[in-house]
Design a protein around this ligand. Structure first.
Ligand code: NAI
Length: 332
């Protein structure tokens, strides 16, 4: 087998010396990184690629996929694959694989970190005291409820939802989940309680934590009406995908006290526009959302070990595809 037989392209995000990729693939392929930020930038640079490694800084459209002449696999270097047109790839006979497990624990940790920061008043007190607001006292956060015994409601009991369930149980919370696709029995192995309808979950959860994918069914699922169906003074945590939540509904829900706080690792548009209503409220020191909404830049997946794990596992997936070996984690 001659060296440089195949061409592997990393479309976005990674722009360093590609050491993990070259270590895994160097004997059979040349690997290049484009550092693209938009699908259009791929034109003329990927058509002859044998494999694409796609991160989260771009979407890969049907038009791009239809121009691929010899691609044997597209690997989404992450869990969510809504930024690649998987149906278009399927029509072309190109498998789309994801890397499902590199950040399971970190995302669950972040959901719990946000839950604790909100429900223990950690972020609220820090934010108000630093701004010189109010007394040097726990009274900044009154009333806070004891977490033990309260309901932690999980939407989507997959890998991350399951890991979040175990962590919430360790805090003494009662874990309830809504997931129409998870087979019976997973509730028993995790010691959690299933509800049949989303409204039932919302109505009883002190914390609602989202762990489902972004699909036509889940887009906008948590809107103003859904938030109104949660107990007054509850918390919303989203580490899944931004567009699952209608974030424009959050500022008024915080201002009215319907939500006591929200933790958002993900937003419908990343980075958000300055005039986005949620961002404007969050930046405005006079708006209650300023102290009660936590926003992170889609970073829940991140730790150094996990980042290396994605690159090694993605390169291994490409290697299997190029050598005609059975693929794992095909999602289209
Ligand atoms: P998974 O595929 O193991 O679990 C997703 C669960 O959601 C499945 O059990 C599925 O049945 C359920 N589900 C699907 N449609 C649903 C619906 N309409 N209502 C309720 N549940 C539904 O995926 P995993 O690994 O747990 O990841 C979950 C999501 O987290 C990913 O789709 C991804 O978008 C997001 N994510 C975010 C990261 C971040 O950095 N913030 C990093 C990794 C993943």
């Amino acid at each position: 087998m001659s060296a440089e037989r195949f061409k592997v392209v990393v479309t976005d995000f990674i722009t360093d010396a590609l050491e993990p990729e070259r270590r895994a693939l160097g004997d059979i392929a040349g690997v290049t990184a484009l550092g693209a930020c938009r699908d259009e930038e791929l034109a003329g640079r990927v058509e002859d690629a044998d494999a694409l490694l796609v991160y989260h800084n771009i979407g890969v459209s049907r038009a791009t996929i239809e121009r691929l002449r010899r691609c044997k696999v597209i690997v989404r270097c992450g869990v969510g694959f809504d930024n690649v047109d998987g149906a278009a790839a399927r029509r072309r006979g190109i498998p789309l694989c994801n890397i499902p497990d590199y950040g399971t624990e970190e995302v669950a940790d972040t959901a719990i970190a946000m839950t604790l920061a909100l429900a223990r008043g950690v972020s609220l007190m820090n934010s108000r005291l630093r701004a010189g607001n109010g007394p040097w006292s726990y009274q900044q956060t009154v009333p806070l409820a004891r977490l033990r015994g309260r309901v932690f409601g999980i939407v989507g009991l997959g890998r991350i939802g399951g890991a979040a369930a175990l962590r919430a149980k360790a805090l003494g919370m009662e874990v309830v989940f809504y997931d129409p696709y998870v087979p019976d029995g997973r509730d028993k192995s995790l010691g959690v309680r299933r509800v049949e309808k989303l409204e039932q979950l919302l109505a009883q959860s002190h914390v609602v934590s989202l762990h489902c994918p972004l699909t036509d069914e889940t887009r906008g699922m948590i809107n103003a009406a859904a938030i109104a169906g949660m107990p007054r003074g509850s918390y919303l945590v989203n580490t899944a995908r931004g567009a699952i939540v209608d974030t424009a509904a959050i500022p008024s829900a915080i201002a009215s006290g319907q939500l006591a706080g929200a933790g958002l690792d993900v937003l419908p548009t990343e980075p958000p526009a300055d005039n986005d209503p949620l961002i404007a409220a969050w930046r405005d020191p006079a708006h209650p959302a300023h102290h009660r909404v936590l926003i992170n830049p889609h970073s829940a997946f991140y730790c150094e070990e996990g980042l290396l794990e994605i690159r090694v596992k993605a390169s291994d997936a490409v290697r299997r595809a190029l050598l005609g070996q059975p693929l794992r984690n095909v999602v289209n």
